[in-house]
Design a protein around this ligand. Structure first.
Ligand SMILES: C[S@@+](CC[C@H](N)C(=O)[O-])C[C@H]1O[C@@H](n2cnc3c(N)ncnc32)[C@H](O)[C@@H]1O
Length: 155
């Protein structure tokens, strides 16, 4: 969905932007499911018809596969969010970390949000799950709306 939004937003100018996605998970199984990009009909029921036609193809078994052109804009990597060091070379414009921090205790969450902050571009965003909070680390980001925080432009 995120790649579709980026492709729709940038349109013909997409190639002029470094607009791809780095998708990480600790689980090889989760990564291989994500890499395959195959969805059952009911999983994409909310995707508007126009986007479905543009970015999916119907597979012989009735499922829907994300087209390669879109899938190739995502890089999939195994990564443990509990790693002390983040190996990323550049900060991110938006970090989505949804429904993962629920597994971590409070100190681990706070350390993680601190690292996210370090790797968010000034003015960039952190998006978390609707049932999650960033607790005391909230002071690092400005709260924008439920589940969405912004790093100050000058920090
Ligand atoms: C409930 S799923 C959420 C998936 C997705 N973010 C979403 O909102 O649909 C939690 C995911 O967190 C991953 N996970 C759990 N511990 C992790 C860790 N230490 N580092 C990275 N990913 C982790 C699991 O493998 C699983 O895929």
């Amino acid at each position: 969905m995120l790649l579709m939004l980026l492709a729709e937003f940038f349109g013909a100018n997409y190639g002029q932007w470094s607009a791809g996605i780095l998708a990480t998970d600790i689980s090889d199984r989760a990564l291989s499911i994500a890499r395959a990009g195959v969805y059952a009909e009911e999983r994409i029921a909310d995707v508007p018809e126009a986007l479905r036609k543009k970015y999916f193809r119907r597979l012989p078994d009735g499922n829907w596969g994300v087209i390669d052109r879109l899938k190739n804009e995502a890089t999939f990597r195994r990564f443990n969010l509990m790693n002390v060091q983040f190996p990323f070379k550049k900060p991110f414009h938006i970090i989505f970390c949804r429904n993962v921090m629920i597994y971590f205790d409070q100190p681990t969450r706070e350390a993680l949000v601190g690292k996210f902050h370090q790797f968010t571009e000034p003015g960039g965003y952190l998006c978390i799950g609707h049932s999650e909070t960033i607790g005391r680390s909230q002071s690092l980001y400005n709260y924008l709306m439920p589940a969405t925080y912004q790093k100050e432009a000058g920090r």
